[in-house]
Ligand binder design. Structure first.
Ligand code: BDR
Ligand code: CA
Length: 339
Protein backbone atom coordinates (compact mmCIF):
# COMPACT_ATOMS: atom_id res chain seq x y z
CA UNK A 1 0.00 0.00 0.00
CA UNK A 2 1.00 3.63 -0.43
CA UNK A 3 0.65 5.68 2.78
CA UNK A 4 -0.32 9.18 1.68
CA UNK A 5 -0.39 12.63 3.20
CA UNK A 6 -2.77 14.58 0.97
CA UNK A 7 -2.71 18.40 0.98
CA UNK A 8 -5.34 20.09 -1.18
CA UNK A 9 -7.20 23.35 -1.91
CA UNK A 10 -10.48 21.68 -3.01
CA UNK A 11 -11.29 22.79 -5.84
CA UNK A 12 -13.03 20.93 -8.66
CA UNK A 13 -10.02 18.98 -9.90
CA UNK A 14 -8.86 18.44 -6.31
CA UNK A 15 -12.30 16.88 -5.73
CA UNK A 16 -11.80 14.37 -8.51
CA UNK A 17 -8.29 13.68 -7.20
CA UNK A 18 -9.80 12.84 -3.80
CA UNK A 19 -12.41 10.58 -5.36
CA UNK A 20 -9.70 8.83 -7.34
CA UNK A 21 -7.61 8.24 -4.22
CA UNK A 22 -10.62 7.05 -2.22
CA UNK A 23 -11.32 4.65 -5.08
CA UNK A 24 -7.75 3.32 -5.14
CA UNK A 25 -7.26 0.23 -2.99
CA UNK A 26 -3.51 0.76 -2.65
CA UNK A 27 -3.89 4.33 -1.34
CA UNK A 28 -3.78 4.56 2.43
CA UNK A 29 -4.93 8.13 3.07
CA UNK A 30 -3.46 9.16 6.42
CA UNK A 31 -4.94 12.64 6.51
CA UNK A 32 -6.35 15.31 4.24
CA UNK A 33 -4.79 18.69 4.90
CA UNK A 34 -6.64 21.77 3.75
CA UNK A 35 -4.86 24.80 2.36
CA UNK A 36 -6.25 28.14 1.19
CA UNK A 37 -6.08 28.54 -2.58
CA UNK A 38 -8.99 28.04 -4.94
CA UNK A 39 -11.26 29.08 -2.05
CA UNK A 40 -10.54 30.11 1.57
CA UNK A 41 -9.19 27.39 3.83
CA UNK A 42 -12.37 26.95 5.90
CA UNK A 43 -14.34 26.27 2.73
CA UNK A 44 -11.65 23.85 1.54
CA UNK A 45 -11.93 21.92 4.81
CA UNK A 46 -15.75 21.88 4.54
CA UNK A 47 -15.46 20.52 1.00
CA UNK A 48 -13.00 17.82 2.07
CA UNK A 49 -15.27 16.73 4.93
CA UNK A 50 -18.30 16.70 2.64
CA UNK A 51 -16.62 14.48 0.02
CA UNK A 52 -15.45 12.09 2.72
CA UNK A 53 -18.98 11.89 4.17
CA UNK A 54 -20.40 11.19 0.75
CA UNK A 55 -17.92 8.36 0.31
CA UNK A 56 -18.53 6.94 3.77
CA UNK A 57 -14.99 7.70 4.93
CA UNK A 58 -15.63 9.62 8.13
CA UNK A 59 -12.63 7.79 9.58
CA UNK A 60 -10.20 10.03 7.65
CA UNK A 61 -8.94 13.13 9.42
CA UNK A 62 -9.26 16.58 7.82
CA UNK A 63 -6.96 19.33 9.07
CA UNK A 64 -7.11 23.09 8.52
CA UNK A 65 -4.07 25.07 7.49
CA UNK A 66 -3.02 28.69 7.61
CA UNK A 67 -5.69 31.13 6.37
CA UNK A 68 -3.07 33.07 4.42
CA UNK A 69 0.10 32.42 2.42
CA UNK A 70 3.45 33.02 4.15
CA UNK A 71 3.86 36.70 3.26
CA UNK A 72 1.01 37.91 1.09
CA UNK A 73 -2.78 38.01 1.37
CA UNK A 74 -4.67 35.01 0.04
CA UNK A 75 -6.03 35.20 -3.48
CA UNK A 76 -8.84 32.82 -4.39
CA UNK A 77 -10.43 31.92 -7.70
CA UNK A 78 -14.17 31.35 -7.38
CA UNK A 79 -14.44 32.22 -11.09
CA UNK A 80 -12.65 28.97 -11.90
CA UNK A 81 -14.09 26.64 -9.26
CA UNK A 82 -17.45 28.12 -8.26
CA UNK A 83 -18.55 30.09 -5.19
CA UNK A 84 -17.74 27.18 -2.87
CA UNK A 85 -14.95 25.61 -4.89
CA UNK A 86 -17.00 22.67 -6.11
CA UNK A 87 -18.69 24.16 -9.16
CA UNK A 88 -22.44 23.57 -9.24
CA UNK A 89 -22.28 20.66 -6.78
CA UNK A 90 -24.30 21.06 -3.61
CA UNK A 91 -22.83 18.53 -1.24
CA UNK A 92 -24.61 17.87 2.04
CA UNK A 93 -22.74 19.60 4.88
CA UNK A 94 -20.77 17.29 7.09
CA UNK A 95 -21.77 17.15 10.74
CA UNK A 96 -18.14 16.41 11.51
CA UNK A 97 -15.58 19.13 12.17
CA UNK A 98 -11.93 19.25 11.24
CA UNK A 99 -9.20 17.94 13.53
CA UNK A 100 -7.69 20.07 16.31
CA UNK A 101 -4.18 19.92 14.94
CA UNK A 102 -3.08 22.27 12.18
CA UNK A 103 -2.12 20.99 8.74
CA UNK A 104 1.53 21.91 9.36
CA UNK A 105 1.56 20.01 12.65
CA UNK A 106 -0.07 17.01 10.96
CA UNK A 107 2.66 16.94 8.27
CA UNK A 108 5.32 16.79 10.98
CA UNK A 109 3.63 14.30 13.28
CA UNK A 110 2.64 11.87 10.54
CA UNK A 111 6.08 11.96 8.92
CA UNK A 112 7.73 11.33 12.30
CA UNK A 113 5.38 8.43 13.08
CA UNK A 114 6.29 6.59 9.88
CA UNK A 115 9.75 7.78 8.87
CA UNK A 116 10.68 7.05 5.28
CA UNK A 117 7.33 5.58 4.32
CA UNK A 118 4.89 8.44 3.64
CA UNK A 119 4.35 9.97 0.19
CA UNK A 120 3.25 13.60 0.37
CA UNK A 121 0.89 14.81 -2.34
CA UNK A 122 0.23 18.54 -2.66
CA UNK A 123 -2.32 19.79 -5.20
CA UNK A 124 -2.64 23.32 -3.84
CA UNK A 125 -0.29 26.08 -2.71
CA UNK A 126 2.68 24.85 -0.65
CA UNK A 127 1.89 26.97 2.42
CA UNK A 128 1.26 24.10 4.86
CA UNK A 129 4.37 22.23 3.85
CA UNK A 130 6.54 25.35 4.13
CA UNK A 131 5.18 25.95 7.65
CA UNK A 132 5.83 22.30 8.50
CA UNK A 133 9.45 22.66 7.37
CA UNK A 134 9.88 25.48 9.85
CA UNK A 135 8.67 23.16 12.61
CA UNK A 136 10.74 20.19 11.42
CA UNK A 137 13.64 20.95 9.07
CA UNK A 138 14.34 17.20 8.77
CA UNK A 139 11.00 16.66 7.04
CA UNK A 140 12.53 16.06 3.57
CA UNK A 141 14.41 13.09 5.04
CA UNK A 142 11.36 11.77 6.88
CA UNK A 143 9.14 11.49 3.80
CA UNK A 144 9.41 8.78 1.21
CA UNK A 145 8.59 11.12 -1.62
CA UNK A 146 6.88 14.41 -2.39
CA UNK A 147 4.61 14.85 -5.40
CA UNK A 148 3.50 18.39 -6.25
CA UNK A 149 1.04 19.68 -8.82
CA UNK A 150 2.46 23.08 -9.58
CA UNK A 151 4.56 25.27 -11.79
CA UNK A 152 4.95 25.68 -15.50
CA UNK A 153 8.18 25.61 -17.46
CA UNK A 154 8.00 25.69 -21.25
CA UNK A 155 4.38 26.63 -21.73
CA UNK A 156 2.15 29.67 -21.02
CA UNK A 157 0.99 30.14 -17.43
CA UNK A 158 -2.63 29.95 -16.34
CA UNK A 159 -2.56 32.88 -13.90
CA UNK A 160 -0.03 35.30 -15.37
CA UNK A 161 1.80 34.80 -18.66
CA UNK A 162 4.47 32.82 -16.79
CA UNK A 163 2.78 31.65 -13.56
CA UNK A 164 0.83 28.59 -12.59
CA UNK A 165 -1.87 29.12 -9.92
CA UNK A 166 -0.58 27.00 -7.01
CA UNK A 167 2.85 28.65 -7.09
CA UNK A 168 1.42 32.12 -7.78
CA UNK A 169 -0.73 32.00 -4.61
CA UNK A 170 2.27 31.40 -2.33
CA UNK A 171 5.59 31.82 -4.16
CA UNK A 172 7.60 32.13 -0.93
CA UNK A 173 6.29 28.77 0.26
CA UNK A 174 7.16 27.12 -3.04
CA UNK A 175 10.64 28.62 -3.00
CA UNK A 176 11.27 27.37 0.55
CA UNK A 177 9.96 23.89 -0.19
CA UNK A 178 12.01 23.38 -3.37
CA UNK A 179 15.14 24.64 -1.61
CA UNK A 180 14.57 22.43 1.44
CA UNK A 181 14.09 19.27 -0.61
CA UNK A 182 17.37 19.76 -2.51
CA UNK A 183 19.04 17.63 0.21
CA UNK A 184 17.28 14.36 -0.63
CA UNK A 185 18.98 11.60 -2.66
CA UNK A 186 18.22 11.28 -6.38
CA UNK A 187 15.73 8.41 -5.99
CA UNK A 188 13.62 10.50 -3.61
CA UNK A 189 13.60 13.81 -5.43
CA UNK A 190 10.28 15.66 -5.44
CA UNK A 191 8.19 14.81 -8.45
CA UNK A 192 6.78 17.99 -9.95
CA UNK A 193 3.75 17.76 -12.14
CA UNK A 194 3.58 21.08 -14.02
CA UNK A 195 0.94 22.67 -16.19
CA UNK A 196 2.91 21.68 -19.31
CA UNK A 197 1.75 18.09 -18.70
CA UNK A 198 -1.50 18.60 -16.80
CA UNK A 199 -2.94 20.67 -19.65
CA UNK A 200 -2.70 17.56 -21.82
CA UNK A 201 -5.12 15.84 -19.40
CA UNK A 202 -8.30 17.10 -21.05
CA UNK A 203 -11.52 15.76 -19.59
CA UNK A 204 -14.45 15.89 -21.98
CA UNK A 205 -18.17 15.17 -21.53
CA UNK A 206 -17.59 11.77 -23.10
CA UNK A 207 -15.28 10.82 -20.21
CA UNK A 208 -18.01 11.68 -17.72
CA UNK A 209 -20.51 9.63 -19.66
CA UNK A 210 -18.15 6.64 -19.61
CA UNK A 211 -17.60 7.13 -15.90
CA UNK A 212 -21.35 7.25 -15.27
CA UNK A 213 -21.72 4.09 -17.33
CA UNK A 214 -18.97 2.35 -15.35
CA UNK A 215 -20.87 3.36 -12.21
CA UNK A 216 -24.06 1.82 -13.58
CA UNK A 217 -25.73 5.19 -13.09
CA UNK A 218 -29.16 5.66 -14.60
CA UNK A 219 -29.76 7.67 -16.64
CA UNK A 220 -26.19 7.73 -17.94
CA UNK A 221 -24.87 11.27 -17.89
CA UNK A 222 -25.42 13.30 -21.02
CA UNK A 223 -23.60 16.54 -20.43
CA UNK A 224 -23.77 18.38 -23.69
CA UNK A 225 -22.46 21.73 -24.71
CA UNK A 226 -25.96 22.71 -25.82
CA UNK A 227 -27.48 22.41 -22.33
CA UNK A 228 -27.87 25.81 -20.71
CA UNK A 229 -25.07 26.73 -18.28
CA UNK A 230 -25.65 25.25 -14.85
CA UNK A 231 -27.79 22.32 -16.03
CA UNK A 232 -27.72 19.75 -13.23
CA UNK A 233 -27.19 16.05 -13.46
CA UNK A 234 -30.28 13.86 -13.19
CA UNK A 235 -28.67 10.60 -12.19
CA UNK A 236 -29.58 8.94 -8.90
CA UNK A 237 -25.98 7.92 -8.18
CA UNK A 238 -24.84 10.58 -5.69
CA UNK A 239 -21.11 10.39 -6.44
CA UNK A 240 -21.67 10.64 -10.19
CA UNK A 241 -24.25 13.39 -9.74
CA UNK A 242 -22.12 15.63 -7.53
CA UNK A 243 -19.03 15.01 -9.63
CA UNK A 244 -20.91 15.90 -12.83
CA UNK A 245 -22.29 19.06 -11.25
CA UNK A 246 -18.80 20.06 -10.19
CA UNK A 247 -17.14 19.23 -13.49
CA UNK A 248 -19.83 21.00 -15.56
CA UNK A 249 -18.78 24.30 -14.00
CA UNK A 250 -15.15 23.58 -14.92
CA UNK A 251 -16.11 22.69 -18.52
CA UNK A 252 -18.01 25.97 -18.84
CA UNK A 253 -15.09 27.90 -17.37
CA UNK A 254 -12.65 26.44 -19.89
CA UNK A 255 -15.07 27.09 -22.75
CA UNK A 256 -15.58 30.70 -21.63
CA UNK A 257 -11.81 31.12 -21.75
CA UNK A 258 -11.48 29.88 -25.30
CA UNK A 259 -10.14 26.43 -24.46
CA UNK A 260 -13.07 24.37 -25.71
CA UNK A 261 -15.69 22.35 -23.82
CA UNK A 262 -13.12 20.41 -21.83
CA UNK A 263 -11.48 20.65 -18.43
CA UNK A 264 -7.83 20.26 -17.47
CA UNK A 265 -7.63 17.65 -14.73
CA UNK A 266 -4.37 18.77 -13.15
CA UNK A 267 -4.78 17.32 -9.68
CA UNK A 268 -6.14 13.85 -10.50
CA UNK A 269 -3.09 13.30 -12.66
CA UNK A 270 -0.75 14.31 -9.83
CA UNK A 271 -2.69 11.95 -7.53
CA UNK A 272 -2.15 9.09 -9.98
CA UNK A 273 1.58 9.89 -10.05
CA UNK A 274 1.70 9.71 -6.26
CA UNK A 275 0.52 6.10 -6.51
CA UNK A 276 2.50 5.26 -9.62
CA UNK A 277 5.31 7.67 -10.57
CA UNK A 278 5.95 5.53 -13.66
CA UNK A 279 2.88 7.01 -15.36
CA UNK A 280 4.92 10.01 -16.47
CA UNK A 281 8.16 10.49 -18.30
CA UNK A 282 10.31 12.73 -16.09
CA UNK A 283 13.47 14.78 -16.42
CA UNK A 284 15.69 15.94 -13.56
CA UNK A 285 16.20 19.69 -13.15
CA UNK A 286 17.02 22.34 -10.60
CA UNK A 287 13.84 24.23 -9.85
CA UNK A 288 13.60 27.64 -8.23
CA UNK A 289 10.95 30.32 -7.91
CA UNK A 290 11.28 33.97 -8.92
CA UNK A 291 10.28 36.18 -5.98
CA UNK A 292 11.36 39.61 -7.21
CA UNK A 293 10.37 40.29 -10.80
CA UNK A 294 7.65 42.86 -11.36
CA UNK A 295 6.37 40.82 -14.30
CA UNK A 296 7.56 37.38 -13.26
CA UNK A 297 7.07 37.01 -9.50
CA UNK A 298 5.85 33.46 -8.86
CA UNK A 299 7.42 32.03 -12.02
CA UNK A 300 9.00 28.60 -11.70
CA UNK A 301 12.36 28.37 -13.44
CA UNK A 302 13.99 25.04 -14.31
CA UNK A 303 17.69 24.68 -14.95
CA UNK A 304 17.78 21.54 -17.11
CA UNK A 305 21.48 21.58 -17.88
CA UNK A 306 23.21 22.42 -14.61
CA UNK A 307 24.06 26.04 -15.40
CA UNK A 308 23.48 27.05 -11.78
CA UNK A 309 25.87 24.33 -10.63
CA UNK A 310 23.57 23.26 -7.82
CA UNK A 311 22.49 19.78 -8.89
CA UNK A 312 18.91 18.70 -9.58
CA UNK A 313 16.32 19.09 -6.80
CA UNK A 314 13.31 17.71 -8.69
CA UNK A 315 12.12 15.30 -11.32
CA UNK A 316 9.73 17.13 -13.61
CA UNK A 317 6.97 15.27 -15.41
CA UNK A 318 7.34 16.09 -19.09
CA UNK A 319 5.01 13.64 -20.79
CA UNK A 320 2.35 10.98 -20.35
CA UNK A 321 -0.36 9.03 -22.15
CA UNK A 322 -3.58 10.96 -21.40
CA UNK A 323 -5.89 8.34 -22.95
CA UNK A 324 -4.44 5.58 -20.76
CA UNK A 325 -4.78 7.86 -17.74
CA UNK A 326 -8.48 8.49 -18.44
CA UNK A 327 -9.16 4.77 -18.88
CA UNK A 328 -7.58 4.16 -15.48
CA UNK A 329 -9.39 7.08 -13.81
CA UNK A 330 -12.79 6.13 -15.23
CA UNK A 331 -12.43 2.49 -14.25
CA UNK A 332 -11.45 3.38 -10.70
CA UNK A 333 -13.86 6.20 -9.93
CA UNK A 334 -16.71 4.60 -11.90
CA UNK A 335 -16.21 1.29 -10.11
CA UNK A 336 -16.06 3.04 -6.76
CA UNK A 337 -19.27 5.01 -7.41
CA UNK A 338 -21.00 1.76 -8.37
CA UNK A 339 -20.53 0.29 -4.90
C1 BDR B 1 -4.00 24.20 -10.17
O1 BDR B 1 -4.70 25.37 -9.78
C2 BDR B 1 -5.90 25.04 -9.18
O2 BDR B 1 -6.92 25.92 -9.54
C3 BDR B 1 -6.20 23.62 -9.56
O3 BDR B 1 -6.93 22.98 -8.53
C4 BDR B 1 -4.84 23.01 -9.74
O4 BDR B 1 -4.33 22.49 -8.52
C5 BDR B 1 -3.72 24.27 -11.66
O5 BDR B 1 -2.97 25.39 -11.94
CA1 CA C 1 -5.75 22.30 -6.61
Amino acid sequence: SVPLFVDVDTGIDDSLALLYLLASPEAEILTIASTGGNVPVAQVAANNLAWLDLCGRTDIEVTVGSPTPLRIPLRTTEDTHGPQGIGYAELPHSSRGPSDRSSARAWVEIARERPGSVTGLVTGPLTNLALALRLEPELPHLLKRLVVMGGVFNHPGNTTPTCEWNIFVDPEAAQEVFAAFSVVPADRRPLICPLDVTETIEMRPEHLRLLAQAAGSEPAELITEQDPPGTRSRTSNPIVRHLSDAVRFYLEFHRDHGQGFLAHMHDPFAAALALNPGLAVTRPATVDVELEGTLTRGTTVADWTGMWGRGPNADIAVGTDPAAFFDHLIERVGGFAAR
